[in-house]
Design a protein around this ligand. Structure first.
Ligand SMILES: *Cc1c(COP(=O)(O)O)cnc(C)c1O
Length: 384
């Protein structure tokens, strides 16, 4: 269905999706096939081989494009496979300016894989957009933004960054995993390319690993589809089906994630044992105004530190909760919590970690869609 002028919930459910032509099935079937019959040499129904094109993945790619207000979507085997494909648009000698408060896996693929192919990366704080310009030179091809960032929930002004990118004729890519297209649409704010770890909120049920790229630019889309087919890190049909199903409730889930996050943030903010709460919805958050401008609500991710700042105290809390469970990842219906200093950010030296704000007692929450009062009570009990 063409949902160009529809509101988000309609796009999520109908965007890019048509009833199955051969049977009328309202749900896109799982086309679990690698190849397609040709009646004569080269005569087929548009599908030749599933690395190149698969009907279930195709429906998902159109749906992803619809919810990001983009024209072209591409689904990959993971979020990092999507980033891998994006980086393959670059050439040796090209430079990338990236935010410094970055998803660890993104940092790893930049540094340990693509640097050896001659691409240079600058990791810089981006809350003050004017300070980014000094890192741009004639070799810069890409500005890479993650907002909100992980785990400090910093907010970067996408529109201001897109103006800087356009001024220097540089591509702007945005990792929109934390916000989701329901809360923030980087393409509308001037970005050239949006990336998702679909594993998180878009899948939404902690049962698949997948990634996506969405763009409005035909030149970028042509390159991405060429790389997707040539490198082959594609999403499978079963996973594509599960994500199509997940996205149908994205707006409803995110509304509840945000509602619950507001309740939890309020309690933590007033709690005597808690030092700082990092959630862009709090007026005390340093980037609250930009968050209000570019996001529809403030999302379900949050971090906080303890007044008595120690790993020991944080470890006690993360093992005492009953509703929140200790695990990496985020964005599912169930609430998770983690301790970045000893889990996701353990590989970063303490000094560098703390410079970015990742203190020993920092605890990261992925607020689920259970009853909000139970989440508050669970954390209050653990904080005792
Ligand atoms: C998880 C995540 C990724 C990587 O995605 P995978 O699906 O795990 O490969 C990238 N960026 C952010 C912000 C993430 O949370």
């Amino acid at each position: 269905m063409d949902t160009k002028n529809a509101k988000f919930g309609t796009k999520a459910i109908h965007g890019g999706i048509e009833p199955d032509e051969s049977t009328g099935a309202i749900m896109t079937p799982i086309y679990q096939t690698s190849t397609y019959v040709q009646s004569e040499v080269g005569k087929h129904k548009g599908y030749e081989y599933s690395r190149t094109l698969n009907p279930t993945r195709d429906a998902l790619e159109k749906n992803l494009a619809a919810i990001e207000n983009g024209k072209y979507g591409a689904a990959f085997a993971s979020g990092l496979a999507a980033i891998d494909a994006m980086l393959k648009m670059l050439n040796p000698g090209d430079e990338v300016v990236s935010t410094n408060d970055l998803y660890g896996g993104t940092f790893r693929i930049f540094k340990s894989i693509f640097e050896k192919f001659g691409i240079k990366f600058h990791f810089v704080p981006m809350q003050d957009v004017s300070s980014v310009e000094q890192y741009i030179n004639e070799n810069t091809r890409l500005i890479w933004v993650e907002t909100p960032t992980n785990p400090m929930l910093n907010i970067i002004d996408i529109k201001a960054m897109s103006e800087l990118a356009k001024k220097h004729d540089v591509m702007l890519g945005v990792d929109n995993t934390f916000a989701t297209p329901y809360l923030q649409n980087p393409l509308d704010l001037g970005a050239d390319l949006v990336m998702h770890s679909v594993t998180k909120y878009l899948g939404g049920h902690s049962d698949i690993v997948m990634g996506a790229l969405v763009t409005n630019r035909k030149d970028i889309a042509d390159e991405i589809y060429h790389i997707q087919n040539s490198s082959g890190g594609v999403a499978g049909p079963m996973d594509s089906f599960l994500v199509l199903r997940g996205i149908k409730t994205l707006h409803v889930r995110i509304q509840r994630h945000c509602e619950n996050a507001a309740k939890v943030a309020k309690m933590l903010n007033e709690h005597p044992k808690v030092d700082k709460v990092y959630w862009p919805g709090l007026e005390s958050h340093p980037n609250h105004d930009i968050a209000k401008k570019q996001m529809r609500d403030f999302g379900g991710m949050m971090s906080f530190t303890l007044k008595d700042d120690s790993q020991e105290n944080a470890h006690k809390i993360v093992t005492k909760t009953k509703v929140f469970t200790l695990a990496e990842s985020l964005g599912g219906v169930e609430s998770l919590l983690g301790h970045p200093a000893t889990m996701t950010h353990a590989a970063i030296p303490k000094e560098e970690r703390e410079k970015a704000g990742v203190k020993d007692s920092l605890i990261r929450l992925s607020i689920g869609i259970e009853d909000g009062d139970d989440l508050v009570a669970d954390l209050e009990e653990a904080l005792k």
